[in-house]
Design a protein around this ligand. Sequence first.
Ligand code: ZN
Length: 700
Amino acid sequence: MRDRRTTAILSVLLAASLAAITGPTPAYAAAAEPNQVDGLTVTQGDGYATLAWTPVDGATDYQIERTPVAADNSATGPAVITGVWRPNRQINNSSPTFADAGFNPGTRFQWRVRARFGTDAQPYSAPVAGTTSAPWGDPNVPGENLRTQWETTLAAQYTSDVDEYAYTKAIDDLSDRVRVTEIGKTALGRPINMFVIGYPTPPATPEAVAATSPLMVNCNVHGNEPGDREGCLIMARKLAFSNDARTIDLLSHTTVLIVPTINGDGRAANTRGNSTGQDLNRDYSLIRQPETFALVQMLRDYRPIAGYDGHEFGNSSAGDLPMLPPRHQNVAQSIFDESQHMIEGHMYTEGAKDGWWPCPYGCNGGGNVGLSEETILRNTLGLKNVVNSLLELRSSGGTTRPDEGNTANNRRRKTYSAVWTFNQFLDYHRANLKEITTARADAITFQVSNTGRIVFRGSRPIPAHPAPHPGEAPPPLDAPRDGQVLDNVPCAYKLTEEQYNGERTDGPAGQRTTVAQRLAAHGHKVVKVADGYLVPLAQPERGLIPLLLDGQGVEKLVDGERVYPTVTGKHNGQLVVSGVTCLRDATVTGPVRVRAGGTLIATGSSITGPVDASGAAGVFLTDTAVEGPVRIAQTSGPVVVVDAKVTGPVEVSGNRGDAPLVAANTVTGPLQCSGNTQAPVNIGLSNSVEGPKSDQCASL
Ligand SMILES: [Zn+2]
């Protein structure tokens, strides 16, 4: 809990009331000097102290002074200007705040603040002293007393891979709330671990975790940007052992996934890329490398609904905490909007309360950054319908944090600003779970409908936040250019045997994967047809598929063949599907019968008759109305029935492929599922069913 100190306010009030009786006293006179900062308070947080004060009319900025003091508040070292507050820092300038950080947590200081008019310094406020919060965890309680290498060396050393594994294992061993799971290995064979944290224990399987609408923090992709990783390790300890009401409440309602080090080889070598030199944050769509492949598989299996991706940013004039949502225009609007709300609606607001300075990535002349590459995790996550943000910890102190020439001070400010952000992220997820899951459901139903143009590269604009604002300059517009938009969208892509299963040379030798393996890692559904492999767009990651498989893709896997709809407009009478039939915005007045080996893909259509598929190669029925029973049985490949409106019963039985996706449908009849090799799933989008839901679909 935070302890908002009111000593200074009380002393001023006391002086004022005494003055009313006895005339001005020296203390009162001091407090009343012209342009002197008044009302200073200091509140202790995790590795930072929030200073707040009453603004001085006409001030152009403020300086924050910090002095180490003993218990009796006598100085034990020199006073230092540690902060400069400027009016572009926060959204509410009438209540200025500054998160002072960089100190060794647990030590005691005195703070003062003064206004400046240009370079003309005004009198300092009355001082406020306080002891900063020690690193979380009782040194005498097992588990709580764990500390990272970074903590024990007072930020002189970053936590090594060896120390990370030991610390991680100790938390795993000592906390019932934590399961550490290895999601893969780096190119050099280092384990890539993930904390799975829930209360009283984490759910036992990835599918069970997915059912809790988990959230994910990716802490270190660029090996030479280690600040967030240290924050993640500290945060994991508190989540594992703290019994405060907030922690218990958070972990009782979801599961927290923390990947401390996806790029262990790069971290050990202090390089941006992995051991092959690949920038992993340019590989999350292509997943050429074992590290990104592992993370994408994890996303498929654990299905986090929200995420943060931690970095550091080498622009000394930017804000403390540049952030950015998934901007790629193929990301569903609802995911973009909810991510923006998390950043501008929550982080900017809370930053203004606690004194941190979030801003849109690129703020203050950050250059050509924050664009639409789908290879960047921020965009990849958006294309996977995950509400998320980039986080960049400003590397150097710059002019607003002038005491960071000291390396340890600099490292501590960065790491504890990451702890602040990730804790805010947890709180946002807890408070906005309904909004996030609604955004995700809207995004999935939009994507499976395969409507709207495809943009290969191009971002949504990030408007400058209205003044007063945190950051003058948002990232570049990055609108789609000529040749980067496809208006005539195909129904599917067809790949040849060679394209699908052929050997690739774009990964590290000995660890190369095929397109088949990569699409499977993404969770994309593929239909084996007579002359190749069909990847329909009527699935939840529709925005990502063309970027990988279309010849126009900027960083694609293969140049797949566009397969266009075969039935549009009106079709009278029975429709028999034997090869591949793709309906788009079609009206079929009669039954649809899919023969053995046939593939039906129907989007945005209306079928006034039953749909009967027996032994099909694949069935995709999305954003489509069907009058009459739907029966999908004995399919050898994928079954996707999402956002369909069926008058009558639905039967999904005996299908032999991966788990049929049966989600967000409206069924005026029973939903009966049995004998499927893998039980159908709804990935969190429940069906509205008038009749009973039975057998394998009982909980859908
Ligand atoms: Zn980075």
